[in-house]
Ligand binder design. Structure first.
Ligand code: NAI
Length: 462
């Protein structure tokens, strides 16, 4: 008799959600997590703490730029960095404790420690071996290293160190204009740092819709971020308080250097599978170091499953959560499913950036017969009233059937607005379905409706 029906290794958004759903489906469940707190990278050193700092720094920016215009006069607030970090830590603690509560409520056992899999059906934590009919690996990812760049989490930091800096740097160099680089670059720029982003490609946030990339970079430049594009970072040389970054411009191979108080390395993440014993078990991996799984998230070793950042697909907390719920249903004998065509992506800068489905570039590449409906937030009354009228909603729909194929938003509350389009896409809706849906006035969501109208006879307010 196994001790458990399911043991999940990893207590991040993939693992803890999976554990709760397994327990709800009547399976005796344990979740192994060695960090000392549940919630994984996302809650402890990723999504949640960065959102706290984004929120706080955005409030400061609002006070500095818009309060006086609204008749709110007086001295702008100054930054108490220690208190801001304390607020961030409180946000993290509240959330991680919340998961502990949910585990107790759902009778999920939290086994504290790092798990290895000595054989199918067995998980070892410390000296103890636990048995389970099913093992689900949800061990997430870690920052990818960059040759020539040594991270000390003091002067040269990953996103983890960037959330714990001793002080706000005067000069911050960010390597990589991806999601992490631009979110944290925005935070420190708003807090007064001179921020320079060095990016290998000629565009920011690779893979996003081209029009959004251009608008996003333009807005960030206007906010004060500097960009060195088409530049490959060669090395960093750090002392205890400063660093020099050497990069090569791709267009002419010329070498340059830039000084910084802090360097943030944000050049991607890689699956974290160290110490699990996957080699000895013969678990198949992909060429990119991910665990290879089938449509039911099962590896080639029966009874061992994997979800989240350790497998293929976007490294997003909500993708991992969806897989966690779906694999729980699979092991409970149900039919868990994830629609990988409708997974939103959000960048929590101000304005926010959000997307779902195909980009225009992908549709062109596929030779798809599509149409574009676009609406600028300048035509949205609520956005104008709130000093948030930069950006647009862009909906891509099939030219013949009008079915929505993708959507790209840069603007206020984009990360929330995208979900009405996600729901529409889940239901196979046409742009007309959205356009015919009454949207309350005055809301940002009217911009989504107007973009849908733009796929047909045209928007009203532009
Ligand atoms: P990323 O993959 O989003 O961006 C990395 C960037 O670094 C790319 O633009 C790449 O071209 C550039 N780069 C690589 N090597 C370079 C070099 N030598 N010199 C200059 N530039 C170089 O990676 P990032 O931002 O580190 O994020 C990691 C993962 O975490 C992503 O999968 C992301 O989706 C996820 N994440 C998601 C968040 C969200 O959904 N809001 C927030 C934070 C992270």
């Amino acid at each position: 008799m196994a001790n458990y029906d399911v043991i999940i290794i990893g207590g991040g958004p993939g693992g803890y959600v999976c554990a709760i759903r397994c327990a709800q489906l009547g399976l005796k469940t344990a979740c192994i997590e060695g960090r000392g707190a549940l919630g994984g990278t996302c809650l402890n050193v990723g999504c949640m703490p960065s959102k706290a700092l984004l929120h706080a720094s955005h409030q400061l920016h609002e006070a500095e730029t818009n309060f006086a215009k609204m008749g709110l006069k007086g001295k702008s607030p100054s930054v108490d960095w220690k208190q801001m970090l304390a607020y961030k830590d409180e946000v993290v603690e509240g959330n991680t404790k919340g998961i502990e509560f949910l585990f107790k409520k759902n009778k999920v056992d939290w086994i504290q420690g790092w798990g290895t899999i000595p054989g199918a059906g067995k998980v070892k934590v410390g000296d103890e071996v636990h048995e389970a009919k099913n093992i689900i690996i949800a061990t997430g990812s870690e920052p990818a290293s960059l040759p020539g760049v040594e991270v000390d989490e003091n002067v040269v930091v990953t996103s983890t160190g960037a959330l714990e800096l001793n002080k706000i740097p005067k000069k911050l160099v960010v390597i990589g204009a991806g999601v992490i680089g631009l979110e944290l670059g925005s935070v420190y720029s708003r807090l007064g740092a001179e921020v320079t982003v060095i990016e290998y490609l000629d565009v920011v946030t690779p893979g996003m819709d081209g029009e959004v990339q251009k608008t996003f970079q333009r807005i960030l430049k206007k906010q004060g971020l500097n960009f060195i594009m088409g530049a490959a970072v060669q090395k960093t040389e750090a002392t205890k308080t400063k660093a020099k970054v050497t990069y090569k411009l791709r267009k002419d191979d010329s070498e340059h250097t830039i000084d910084a108080d802090t360097v943030l390395v944000a050049t991607g993440r890689k699956p974290y599978t160290d110490g699990l014993g996957l080699d000895a078990l013969g678990v198949e991996m992909t060429k990119r170091g991910q665990i290879n799984v089938g449509a039911d998230w099962q590896t080639n070793v029966p009874g061992i499953y994997a979800i989240g950042d350790v497998i293929e697909g976007p490294m997003l907390a909500h993708k991992a959560e969806d897989e966690g719920m779906a694999v729980a249903e699979q092991v409970a004998g149900k039919h868990g499913h994830v629609n990988y065509g409708v997974i939103p992506g959000v960048i929590y800068t101000a304005p926010e950036v959000a997307n779902v489905g195909a980009t225009e570039e992908i549709l062109k590449e596929q030779g798809h017969n599509y149409k574009v409906g676009k609406f600028m937030f300048m035509g949205n009354g609520r956005a104008k009233a709130n000093f948030a009228a930069e950006g647009f909603v862009k909906i891509l729909a099939d030219k013949d059937t009008d079915r929505i194929l993708g959507a790209h938003i840069i603007g206020p509350a984009a990360g929330d607005l995208i979900h009405e389009i996600c729901v529409a896409m889940e239901f196979g809706a046409s742009a007309e379905d959205l356009a015919l849906t009454c949207h309350a006035h005055p809301t940002y969501s009217e911009a989504v409706r107007e973009a849908a109208l733009a796929c047909g006879d045209g928007p009203i307010h532009s």
